[in-house]
Design a protein around this ligand. Sequence first.
Ligand code: HEC
Length: 152
Amino acid sequence: MIRRQALTLVFTVSCLVIASSQLGAQPKPAPELDYAFYKARVEPIFLRKKPAHTRCVVCHSESNNFLKLQPRPQGAKGWTDEQSRQNYEAVSKLVTPGQPMVSRLLMHPLAPEGGGDVFHSGGRQFESTKDPDWKTIAAWVNGATLSGPKKN
Ligand code: HEC
């Protein structure tokens, strides 16, 4: 009888220990990827010409890798809102919210010396993580909003 009570006690205590350790280990919820910030700050980067580089959109519209941007309407400077939504969906799949340094969108075009991938057919578009465009995308990945404190 005593042995049984002792076993019950051991069981209860271990349950409590496990429960509390899991509470403590709970990761921070991943930030939301804000669409307005994307449209205003991130998407223009795909259209912008960087010195000595081709614009992302030239290679990445209707491309057959995972960064697939919508073809722009003829003569238009940018995308329609519906297309931007589609771009947002596609681009969102290439990032890990809250973790710029494992996000493909940020690592692939980043020079290896700056911590990026070894090779990108589109070149080392970002020399380092100090590049202002790189920082803007990283802020978005970290949940920045247009009114938020992390805006760039
Ligand atoms: C000269 C053409 C070219 C330009 C310009 C270019 N890319 Fe690329 N990019 C490619 C090609 C081709 C691939 C697929 C092969 C590879 O991984 O290198 C690719 C792959 C990628 C990938 C990985 C997609 C996947 O399938 O996982 C990302 C992310 C990316 N590019 C981002 C960018 C960004 C951001 C820019 C602009 C700052 C850019 N690229 C500019 C040609 C280009």
